[in-house]
Design a protein around this ligand. Structure first.
Ligand code: MN
Length: 311
């Protein structure tokens, strides 16, 4: 059990605090900025700029930041992820990334995509403009995704609302549904690219690792080898960004079809405008049509029913 001390700038300490967000301790010692305890080491950062790493992986953990503080003059392009601890050079490895779209939208399906991006294709993806899709408009995402699907091995799973509502209604949480879909999509891509294997698999984190695997415990095939989790996965590896773009592309397409069925343009999200739209739908087609269009367990259902009665 060694103690490793590094010197860091306050900007680096901020980054660390972000990175160890899920492990932060409530108790911070005098003169401390934060204290965190990961499964393998304890980290304490002090106002003086000293950061102490203790525990069996303290030294390895510290090494990540030692580098960061030495090279602070040129800003690092890799934003530090908050998730499982990733191998160094992760961003330039051959990786299967997975992400989902639609979980927060009242209307429309959930789309989950796993995509395999080989290291030799990373530059091309950058060239095509692959990046965090939250920064891009749907038109642009679709334009890029159309290019991606031509050469990136991927698996797209779409969970439409009739089935979603059935599964959710029978007691499955949205988290569990997501876990099942991610695991399945990743398995499909592994099958597609076999005998080639990715160097790593990165899941855009939506649940703690233990919870994710707990959701999968009854499954026959559980992908575990080289699987990593990270929030903001799109900025950790372009495979997640690519997966997210393809998922968005599919989601938008299905959403348009759903709008056509509704007879008017449905709004995205889960704000007040979706309540109005759902009420309009109920008045036109009757409440029986809802399971096809919406995620019934959202609070929006009840609001829409009330609005529809009033209308
Ligand atoms: Mn995500």
């Amino acid at each position: 059990m060694g103690n490793t001390v590094i010197k860091a700038t306050s900007a680096d300490i901020k980054k660390m605090m972000d990175h160890y967000q899920r492990y932060l301790s409530e108790k911070v010692p005098p003169g401390g900025v934060f204290a965190a305890k990961t499964p393998s080491c304890a980290i304490t950062a002090y106002k003086s700029g000293k950061v102490l790493f203790q525990g069996k992986d303290g030294e390895t953990e510290a090494a990540k930041w030692g580098d960061a503080s030495l090279s602070q003059s040129k800003p690092k392009t890799d934003k530090r992820p908050s998730g499982s601890h990733l191998p160094t050079n992760f961003a330039s490895m051959s990786v299967i990334g997975s992400d989902e779209v639609g979980t927060g939208d009242f209307f429309g399906p959930i789309t989950v995509v796993a995509a395999y991006v080989k290291k030799e294709d990373i530059e091309l993806l950058k060239e095509l403009g692959v990046q965090d899709s939250k920064n891009l408009k749907d038109d642009k995402i679709i334009e890029i995704a159309k290019q991606l699907v031509k050469f990136v091995p991927y698996s797209l799973l779409t969970l439409h609302n009739p089935k979603y509502n059935k599964m959710q209604g029978s007691g499955m949480s949205q988290g569990k549904l997501k876990a099942l879909l991610h695991n399945q999509a990743i398995q499909h891509v592994l099958d597609k690219i076999a005998p080639e294997k990715p160097e790593a698999i990165l899941i855009d984190q939506f649940a703690k690792e233990e919870i994710y695997y707990n959701y999968l415990k009854t499954q026959r095939n559980i992908v575990r080898e080289n699987v990593y989790f990270s929030t903001k996965g799109e900025s950790v590896h372009l495979a997640v960004a690519a997966a997210s773009m393809i998922a968005r592309y599919a989601f938008v397409k299905h959403f348009e079809q759903l709008s056509e069925k509704a007879g008017f343009t449905l709004p995205k999200g889960a704000g007040a405008q979706v309540d109005q739209a759902a009420a309009r739908l109920i008045n036109r087609k009757g409440a029986d049509c809802l399971p096809e269009f919406v995620k019934l367990h959202f609070a929006n259902t009840e609001k829409a029913m009330k609005l529809a009665k009033r209308g």
